[in-house]
Design a protein around this ligand. Sequence first.
Ligand SMILES: Nc1ncnc2c1ncn2[C@@H]1O[C@H](COP(=O)(O)OP(=O)(O)O)[C@@H](O)[C@H]1O
Ligand SMILES: [Mg+2]
Length: 283
Amino acid sequence: MRAWQDIDPVEEIPLLGGDVTVGVVRVGDTVRRPLGPHSPLVHALLRHLAQVEFDGAPRLLGVDERGREVLTYVEGEVAGRPRPGWIADEERLRSVARLLRRYDDAAVGFTPPPGSVPDAPAVDHPAVRAAALDEPELVGHVDVTPENVVFRDGAAVALIDFDLARPATRLDEVVNALTHWAPLAAPGDRDPLLSDVDVPRRCRLFADAYGLADDARGRLVDVAVLRSRKSWHVMRHRAEADGGGWARMWADGVGDVIRRREAWLVEHGPTITAALLDRSAAL
Ligand SMILES: Nc1ncnc2c1ncn2[C@@H]1O[C@H](COP(=O)(O)OP(=O)(O)O)[C@@H](O)[C@H]1O
Ligand SMILES: [Mg+2]
């Protein structure tokens, strides 16, 4: 890959919204982001996506003179905070599911380069092992937060921020996206615009638009609970080991949010599963 040289010094505009990465900037029609140990994996993935002509991800242009990755800037709107009024919109929800399905289909043929590693800490705990029972099907995005989806004309057009990409199942992908977009969270922990939405219905809309298989639907709640337990341990580990934004999120109580999610999922799991599997229900 060539080294990226700016001909003229161009203004750097900080891009905020993410919780973790320091120093994400826009320069003209490019984005610059710091490299990390996971970058070889992410770069190979982005090159694969370009090769199979998947249009829902930024293109990797190279590495700049300051050692940052250079990506194309994807025009459109990204939900920040406070959340925009459309965050609960069902058509947008469906479009996120369709985009994720297209991404997963495009990622299936990708094989990580030998020696490349994801940004996924090895946390040795029974709860972490319990969440990793299924054989991975693809390298998933698994960070489909509102901040990481670009919309145009009311529909999701691109995923950004592939830093957490790692081997995953399709069900992992759907559970991750639903965590943020259904959302799978206790009502008191949701954005006010989402506190009264019909979560089981939104799970069903998402699963239908994704085309999630029946067996995966039947296991979705169990997997969501296992993932929730795992993420409590991973988040605590990252807060201690990595500090920065991870420590900030932990100090702000994300661990308690995760625990409340788990309790809410256990209580409402049967309703969610029924909505996912009820073929007679018209939506
Ligand atoms: N390629 C891109 N195109 C358009 N916007 C981007 C792009 N990359 C980042 N952004 C914007 O910058 C924000 C933070 O960047 P992101 O890559 O998600 O970093 P973080 O790891 O901090 O979440 C995003 O939420 C989005 O608004
Ligand atoms: Mg992000």
